[in-house]
Design a protein around this ligand. Structure first.
Ligand SMILES: Cc1cc2nc3c(=O)[nH]c(=O)nc-3n(C[C@H](O)[C@H](O)[C@H](O)COP(=O)(O)OP(=O)(O)OC[C@H]3O[C@@H](n4cnc5c(N)ncnc54)[C@H](O)[C@@H]3O)c2cc1C
Length: 378
């Protein structure tokens, strides 16, 4: 049987990782169309680069587990440096949050249930991890040693380079404008060219439902949510580069060392339409205020600010599989705030569903179930 011609729409981490798995591991080199002049310009290029196996609902955690082996030991030549680095995540309970003690107990239970038992820290131990926290505010915390930093650019470039070498045809400046299906084949039109394909993979990030609407696919109910972030100068104290990611249990902020500075965020999730989102001043001011309240850090002016879209369906799980009603339309969307950490695992699951119509053993062993990520599930 000849392999199907697969066209992937979207050159973020989802599209790039699937192109790599198809071309390199499955020998089915796809076509990939990206609207922008560069790959990864939207959510993928704007993340906080944290790999946290405890984070997210069950299928996300399964896909993240399935991705760990790849990130720890990528194939030879994939990247020049390690893709993961030690970081740790300190979930800190603060006294100005009335629900902190209860939230701490609940999170401890969740982390244990997720197979990521944390280290319990008293206030002094929290301060030893991050001396910038205000001692009078800290109640205690949970340290997740397994939370790591990811090198997102190396990961994305590794997928794209490998896919290209294995025969994938990758195009930037190629927005899919129209897709029509006749006699079992898609005809895809961009401003510059037309392509043919048997299957279209919708990996268009925040635009996935908008793209599906072009062809009458069944909507998945995707909601993009704005999250803002900023970089600021680290204090002049030794050891700050080794601080863990500090996450307020009440989700008012998080901060972590990044790119020679500290990266902060108000951890917001504001519903918006898909667009090239920019940071709202009020988000950034709110994040700065929350970090300054909880720490001795002073943020005069952020060095950079940005925002990105984290896109969710109702149950927060990713959407991977063929559209139930539109033949030849395959979804790879709804990765929320976890799309980088889960990318290799989800891409392998997607490739198996595309080519074999069933999940592969490694995805199943990690706990992934096709029904939990199917479009139009439930
Ligand atoms: C502030 C922030 C922090 C985050 N932190 C983390 C983190 O620590 N860890 C983690 O794992 N995840 C994190 N995430 C989430 C992660 O970034 C996303 O889940 C992931 O990048 C989604 O990848 P994607 O490829 O689906 O989307 P995108 O990267 O948005 O890619 C979709 C692509 O599709 C293209 N496209 C759309 N329509 C068309 C069309 N018609 N034709 C052609 N191309 C089209 C777009 O141009 C875009 O490049 C964070 C996100 C944000 C915003």
């Amino acid at each position: 049987m000849t392999a199907p011609r697969i066209a992937i729409v979207g050159g973020g981490i989802a599209g790039a990782s699937l192109a790599w798995v198809l071309a390199v591991e499955r020998g089915v080199a796809p076509l990939l169309l990206e609207r922008e002049a560069q790959y990864g310009r939207h959510a993928t290029g704007r993340s906080a680069a944290l790999y946290m196996p405890s984070y997210g609902p069950p299928a996300v955690r399964a896909a993240t587990r399935a991705s760990g082996g790849f990130y720890r030991a990528p194939p030879p030549g994939f990247a020049a440096q390690p893709l993961l680095r030690a970081r740790g995540a300190l979930h800190v309970a603060l006294r100005d949050d009335d629900g902190a003690a209860t939230a701490l107990t609940a999170l401890r239970g969740q982390l244990i249930a997720a197979g990521c038992p944390p280290c319990e820290l008293d206030a002094d131990a929290c301060l030893a991890q991050c001396p910038a926290l205000r001692p009078e505010l800290v109640l205690g915390g949970l340290l997740e040693a397994e939370a790591l930093d990811m090198d997102v650019d190396s990961i994305l470039q590794g997928f794209l380079r490998g896919a290209r070498r294995a025969g994938a045809e990758l195009h930037t400046d190629s927005e899919l404008l129209e897709a029509t299906r006749a006699e079992g084949r898609w005809r895809l039109r961009t401003a510059a060219a037309t392509f043919a394909a048997d299957v279209v993979v919708d990996a268009a990030g925040a635009w996935a439902d908008a793209l599906g609407a072009l062809v009458g696919a069944t909507p998945i109910g995707l909601q993009p949510r704005r999250r803002s972030a900023f970089l600021f100068d680290a204090p002049d104290v030794p050891g700050w580069r080794d601080w863990p990611t500090v996450i307020d249990l009440a989700e008012r902020f998080y901060f972590k060392p990044d790119a020679g500075c500290l990266l902060g965020s108000p951890a917001n999730a504001d519903p918006v339409e898909p667009h090239d989102v920019q940071p709202e001043e009020i988000d950034v001011a709110g994040g700065i205020w929350a970090i300054e309240q909880a720490t001795t850090l002073r943020i005069r002016r952020p060095r950079a600010t940005w925002a990105g879209l984290r896109s969710f369906v109702a149950d927060g799980e990713p959407v991977v599989g063929f559209d139930r009603r539109l033949p030849g339309w395959f979804w790879l969307a709804g990765q929320g705030g976890y799309g980088i950490q889960s990318a290799p695992g989800l891409a392998r699951a997607a490739a198996a569903l595309l080519l074999d119509d069933a999940l592969d053993a490694a995805s199943r062993d990690a706990g992934l179930r096709a029904a939990a990520i199917a479009p139009q599930r439930g």
